[in-house]
Design a protein around this ligand. Sequence first.
Ligand SMILES: Nc1ncnc2c1ncn2[C@@H]1O[C@H](COP(=O)(O)OP(=O)(O)OP(=O)(O)O)[C@@H](O)[C@H]1O
Ligand SMILES: [Mg+2]
Length: 354
Amino acid sequence: MSKQCIGIDIGSSAIKLVQLKVGRRELTLQNFGIEPVPPQTIVEGAVMNHGALVDAIRNLSRRIRLKGKRVSIAVSGNAVILKRLTIPAMDGSALAEQMEWEVQQNIPFPRDEVVVDHAVLVGQTPQGQMEVLLVAAKRDVMQQYQAAVRDAGLNAVIVDAAALALQNAVEGGVGFVAGETVAIINVGASFSTMSIVADGKPQFNRDIGAGGNTYTEAIQRQLAVPIDGAEAYKVGGAIAAMGAAADVVPQEVHSILAQVSEQVAEEFQRSLDFYISDAVDARLSRIYLTGGSSLVPQLPKAIQDRSRIPVEIIDPFARVAVDSRRFDVDYLRANAPVAAIAFGLALRAQGDSP
Ligand SMILES: Nc1ncnc2c1ncn2[C@@H]1O[C@H](COP(=O)(O)OP(=O)(O)OP(=O)(O)O)[C@@H](O)[C@H]1O
Ligand SMILES: [Mg+2]
């Protein structure tokens, strides 16, 4: 039996679910769905309302008639730390011991409060060193998410770091080009995740406290409307700007979306500059955008104008076989960038290494 996992990305504004059949040559979509998460259910990455989260997961899995129970989920934000380390080449118990020491040195939480794992990025450099990615996740946050999944009748057998799932999504969906360094930015609701990947290997990860809520709060403030009205204006304004019919939104919404996109692009640029100032060969070939707020139409151009690096919103499902009799292909295409992390999680199988 396949040990392929169902990818579930639990965000503060929505749950994204992707189930794939991973064949030798192709990926086939088995299931897909997005479910809104009520406000205040997840705050700063912590589950504040267990019952509401369980209901949302359960509603989603019922609505899309989910088959299977084995799930991979992600933790992100303050709950996870990724650290790239260069150490003398070693393996076996020496490496395990070294990693314990590195945890003490690099992870600012008590040892018993974190779950740690590592992945070897480069086994042996010409200088006799090795490069390792150390991953540490807060145990209590992991358990909150696992408990919600369990109470919704599923079993979270893999807990990944969102940044790594995002990299897997790009690798599996569009692929990395040898020798290229790219930035991937997932623009969510409460925050955004930036990952810089060189030659398919993670270099740098950082969370940035700007995302969809930055837009919604600006509309709320400047137009003096309630938060749900501001959200509707934002998405309506975004859809109208793409040329589709949308409910009438005040003209100001467009200028707020443009103005906040400048701010968000500036935040991203600060992190790009931080990476560039530190890296040996920092030439970025492109910036890939994913996440719900990558759909704000003014954002990609704002980032491109500021960084002078080509920006592309990616569709991780571009090479996935999709049965158009079963799935609403337009809906899937429109929301593919939103489901990037879930897609990366759906590429995981129980027992594989990250
Ligand atoms: N068509 C659209 N136009 C503009 N914004 C959109 C659109 N669709 C979704 N969004 C915004 O994207 C955000 C949701 O994206 P996503 O699902 O990636 O976030 P999340 O994972 O729930 O949040 P986080 O990861 O920050 O906890 C919301 O702010 C939502 O308003
Ligand atoms: Mg998210």
